[in-house]
Design a protein around this ligand. Structure first.
Ligand code: CA
Length: 423
C-alpha cells in the first residue's frame, strides 16, 4: 500500500475532523477562479492545491511527464500519462503537504499562490467523458424494481445473476455537481389512457450511484480480465443518474432507457483515486449460482463507502432520505469491466462507468425515490410539513459519500443538483 495512505500522516494544512479531504485522500479535479482558467488541482482540507503552480516551482522535476497536461481544462491527458505518473504525483503531493516537510510549508509566497480557498473556486467536470455506461448491479435495487413492475416471486430476470446488466448512456449530458437541471418534458401514457400525452415529467427521481473513470485505453478487439481491471480504473466519483419514471415506463420497451435518462446526469467534481481507496476494500457478496470463468475474480473487489442522499426544498430544511453503502454491490467493478470488454469492445481514457442504483437491504437504504416511496404509495414527510413521493421543482438533491477506518475519513465531496421547472 502507498505510503500516502498511512493513517499516521498529518498535514501542515489545517484539515477539520469531518473534512472529506485529509492528506490520505488527495483527489484530482479541475477548478477555475476569477483569475485562473480551468486547470488541475488536488483537494486538501478547505483548499485546492494548484498543480500547475506546483509543477512550475519544480516540485515534479523528478517525475517524467509533460507538465502542460496540468494546465488543460480536463484531466484526460494527465490520466493518460498512466498510473506510474499519476500515483507519483499523488505521492509527491502527500510528501509536500506532510507536516514535517518545509519545502512548501515555509515558502510563504508560493504557498499563497498555490493554495486556494475552495470557496473561491468553481469546480468543473474533471474529465471529458467519451463514453458513459450505466450498470444495474445492486441485487436489492433490481429485486425491488422487479417486485414493483413484474412478479414478486421472480423479481430478478433470468440473466441477472449471470452477467452485470448494463446499457450505453449519454455522455454529452453529464454535468458537474452544482449544475441545475430543468425538469424534462416528454411522452407518457397513463395506464387507463388509450393514447399517450405530452408534458413535463411528473415522476422525477434520482438514482444514487458510484461511477469509475477509466484510466487507460484498450484497442478494439481486446478484452480486460478481472485480474487486470484495477489497472484500468483511475478513480471513483459519486453519480446521480436522474430518471424520469413516467417517461421511462412508456418508452423503455423493448430497447431500454432513452429520454428518461439522457436529459442529465450529475457527477461529483473530485476523482478519488483507486489508490486512496485501497484501505477500504472489503469482500464481495457470495455469488450464487457460480459465474462463468471470465467473471470469476480473486481478492477484495468491493469498497466500503458510506453513502447518503439529502433532499433540500427551496426554502426549507433538508432531509436525508437514504443511507446506503457501495459495499452492497453484487457485481463489482472488475466484473463490470471484464464483461464490458469480453466481446472486444474498446474503452477510452475518461470513460465513465456507473454502478447502477445502490440500494441496501433495508427501506432506509434504498437508492431512489421509486423504492423509498414504493411507487408513490409511501410518501416521505419533510421537515417543512410537505411530503415527497418524487422530486419537486426547486428541490436540490445532494449525495455524499465517505470511507472511515483507523481514524482516517476520506470523502468524495458533494454531488448536488437542483431541479428547475420545465422550460
Ligand atoms: Ca441508473
Amino acid at each position: 500500500m502507498s505510503k500516502a495512505n498511512n493513517p499516521e500522516l498529518k498535514s501542515w494544512v489545517e484539515v477539520k475532523a469531518d473534512s472529506d479531504f485529509p492528506i490520505q485522500n488527495l483527489p484530482f479535479g479541475i477548478f477555475k477562479t476569477n483569475q485562473t482558467p480551468p486547470r488541475a488541482g488536488i483537494a486538501i482540507g478547505g483548499f485546492v492545491l494548484d498543480l500547475k503552480i506546483i509543477a512550475e516551482a519544480g516540485f515534479f522535476n523528478s517525475i517524467q511527464f509533460d507538465k502542460t497536461v496540468l494546465s488543460q481544462p480536463e484531466l484526460n491527458s494527465f490520466i493518460a500519462c498512466g498510473k506510474e505518473v499519476t500515483n507519483a504525483v499523488r505521492e509527491r503531493i502527500s510528501d509536500l503537504l506532510t507536516a514535517e516537510n518545509p519545502e512548501l510549508r515555509d515558502n510563504t509566497a508560493l504557498k499563497a499562490k498555490a493554495l486556494i480557498l475552495r470557496s473561491d473556486t468553481e469546480m468543473l467536470m474533471p474529465v471529458n467523458v467519451p463514453n458513459y455506461t450505466d450498470f444495474y448491479s445492486s441485487k436489492e435495487h433490481a429485486t425491488n424494481v422487479g417486485i414493483m413492475f413484474r412478479d414478486p416471486a421472480n423479481a430478478l430476470l433470468p440473466n441477472w445473476k449471470h452477467l452485470p446488466v448494463g446499457y450505453h448512456g449519454r455522455a454529452s449530458s453529464i454535468v458537474v455537481s452544482g449544475t441545475s437541471i430543468h425538469r424534462p418534458k416528454g411522452q407518457t401514457k397513463a395506464d387507463d389512457a388509450v393514447t399517450p400525452s405530452f408534458g413535463p415529467c411528473r415522476l422525477l427521481d434520482f438514482e444514487l450511484e458510484v461511477a469509475f473513470i477509466a484510466g487507460k485505453a484498450t484497442e478494439l478487439g481486446t478484452s480486460i480480465s478481472t485480474s487486470q481491471a484495477d489497472d484500468f480504473i483511475f478513480g471513483l466519483v459519486l453519480f446521480n443518474d436522474w430518471s424520469a419514471r413516467d417517461i421511462q415506463k412508456w418508452e423503455y420497451v423493448p430497447l431500454g432507457p432513452f429520454l428518461a435518462k439522457n436529459f442529465g446526469s450529475t457527477s461529483s467534481p473530485w476523482i478519488v483515486t483507486l489508490e486512496a481507496l485501497e484501505p477500504f476494500r472489503v469482500d464481495s457478496p457470495i455469488q450464487e449460482p457460480e459465474v462463468l470463468p471470465y467473471l470469476k475474480f480473486e481478492g477484495k473487489k468491493n469498497f466500503d463507502i458510506n453513502l447518503e442522499v439529502e433532499i433540500i426544498p427551496e426554502d426549507g430544511m433538508g432531509k436525508v432520505v437514504s443511507h446506503s453503502n457501495f459495499k452492497h454491490m453484487y457485481w463489482n467493478m472488475a466484473q463490470q469491466l471484464a464483461h464490458h470488454t469480453v466481446n472486444g469492445c474498446n474503452i477510452e481514457v475518461g470513460d465513465l462507468y456507473a454502478s447502477g442504483t445502490i440500494s441496501g437491504p433495508t427501506a432506509d437504504s434504498y437508492g431512489s425515490m421509486l423504492e423509498i416511496s414504493w411507487q408513490g404509495k409511501n410518501p416521505t414527510q419533510m421537515p417543512d410539513g410537505t411530503e415527497r413521493k418524487f422530486i419537486l421543482d426547486n428541490d436540490t438533491v445532494v449525495m455524499r459519500g465517505y470511507c472511515k477506518k483507523d481514524g482516517v475519513r476520506i470523502g468524495f465531496g458533494e454531488c448536488s443538483g437542483k431541479i428547475l421547472p420545465a422550460l
